[in-house]
Ligand binder design. Structure first.
Ligand code: COA
Length: 194
């Protein structure tokens, strides 16, 4: 990551943070980023969404900054307390970097921080799903050890056409053992510290 690029967890918004995050979200949606919205929602809706994220105890929000401004995000979603049977698995969501801020290593940085937090909390798996058309994200996920286990042909409905979706998991215990045994990971990137 270059000096002007950084990644951090946020628990409250300061200064222009919320505006910048909404602006980056709009740009990613217009670019076909693939997380939920097909068109940018009205600004108050988007602001409420992001403010809401910070209120949910089961969500950790990580943001990417370029020269101090928020340009991307990812969320770690941990299971609700009632989900005892699923307590070993956390999820990745709202992963994007605004088109103009790509190529600085910010996405790798976001995933690295998210994964480090999941490991610290003892999760055994990280799950995610992604539209099959999101080739940059897919390439990144596979390079850091996510394995595709499923395809859903009707995953998203975009302009009246179905877009397939891929389901991925990363086995955090397997990759931890591999590191402990000193074997080289298939991943291009070093695993985040536990
Ligand atoms: C995926 C995305 C977050 C990458 O953001 P970025 O900040 O440019 O990524 P980085 O600079 O950290 O690059 C990390 C890796 O992503 C992959 N990648 C990034 N851009 C790529 C491209 N155009 N084509 C193929 N792979 C690409 C590469 O594996 C790259 O690693 P490398 O630089 O060692 O080759 C960004 O392209 C994006 O927001 N896409 C749309 C949103 C999206 O698809 N989200 C996933 C929804 S689940």
């Amino acid at each position: 990551m270059s000096k002007k690029a950084s990644v951090e967890r946020v628990t409250e918004f300061h200064g222009n943070d919320l505006d910048d995050l909404c602006e980056a979200t709009d740009e990613a949606i217009l670019d076909g980023s693939g997380f939920g919205w097909l068109r940018p929602p009205a600004r108050p809706v988007l602001e409420s969404y992001w403010k809401g994220v910070l209120l949910v105890p089961e969500r950790e929000l990580y943001v990417a900054r370029l020269e101090g401004s928020i340009v991307g995000s990812v969320q770690l979603q941990v299971p609700a307390p009632n989900n005892e049977a699923g307590a070993h698995t956390a999820r990745v969501s709202t992963f994007f970097v605004a088109p103009w801020a790509r190529g600085h290593g910010l996405a790798r940085g976001l995933m690295s921080d998210l994964e480090a937090s999941a490991r610290r909390q003892g999760f055994k798996f990280l799950d995610l799903d992604v539209r099959a058309t999101q080739t940059a994200a897919i390439s990144l996920y596979e390079s850091i050890g996510f394995e595709r286990w499923g395809v859903q042909e009707s995953y998203a409905l975009v302009n009246g056409e179905y877009v397939a979706g891929y389901y991925y998991s990363k086995d955090l215990e397997k990759t931890r053992k591999r590191r402990r045994n000193g074997k080289k990971s298939k991943s291009k990137q070093a695993e985040p510290a536990t």
